[in-house]
Design a binder for this molecule. Structure first.
Ligand code: Y12
Ligand code: CO
Length: 171
């Protein structure tokens, strides 16, 4: 089921998400609905709070070189913790909760993350490149943060002005 995606400046996007404690059918339904929602919007990552559920769950599905996404590449991430990070990198990010806005963001280049699967099995991943960026972007959502908070003061001011204008035009 495709769910509505919360759009900035919805206050719920600032909520701190709580750890998942039950790895049950309602979690599985949430993850399935998040996947339907992400795929319907051409997204590559989505956190539960973006569909209004304040749980520490996120999904990532990176496209291949041709831009195609495959179900077998879907990563479901529950209660993630960054154990180690190194280096820095810059990437032009976008977010389904801030549609049609993209900007450069600095993040760690390499990360080691602990997380749980939908069945409550512990996993660890070491990654860099786009996957490391996606993990960090989505994990920020779990703590109520959006990538636009990482912009310089002037860039953020420009963004807020343009965003207000856009919202007014949409009314
Ligand atoms: C690198 C950088 C950022 C992430 C986080 C995940 N971000 C997304 O999945 C962004 C998706 C997105 C998709 C859009 O396309 C449509 O909605 C059809 C989009 O364009 C518009 O809103 C028009 C904007 C963002 C992971 C890795
Ligand atoms: Co996002």
């Amino acid at each position: 089921m495709v769910l509505p995606i919360l759009v900035y400046p919805d206050k719920r996007l600032k909520e701190q998400s709580r750890p998942v404690s039950e790895f049950d059918s309602s979690l599985h339904k949430l993850l399935d609905d998040m996947n339907d929602t992400m795929m319907a919007s051409n997204g590559i990552g989505l956190a539960a709070i973006q569909v209004g559920v304040p749980l520490r769950a996120l999904i990532i599905n990176l496209p291949d070189e041709e831009g195609n996404q495959y179900p077998e590449n879907l990563i479901e991430v529950i209660n993630p913790v960054i154990l180690e990070k190194r280096g820095s990198t810059t990437y032009t990010e976008g977010c389904l909760s801030v549609p049609e806005y993209y900007d450069d963001v600095d993040r760690a280049e390499w990360i080691r993350v602990e997380f749980y699967t939908r069945f409550g099995e512990r996993r660890e991943i070491e990654t860099d490149g786009l996957l490391a960026i996606a993990f960090q972007h989505e994990m920020d959502h779990l703590d109520g943060h959006l990538f636009i908070e990482k912009l310089s003061f002037l860039k953020r001011k420009k963004f807020e002005k343009e965003w207000k204008k856009k919202l007014k035009e949409k009314r």
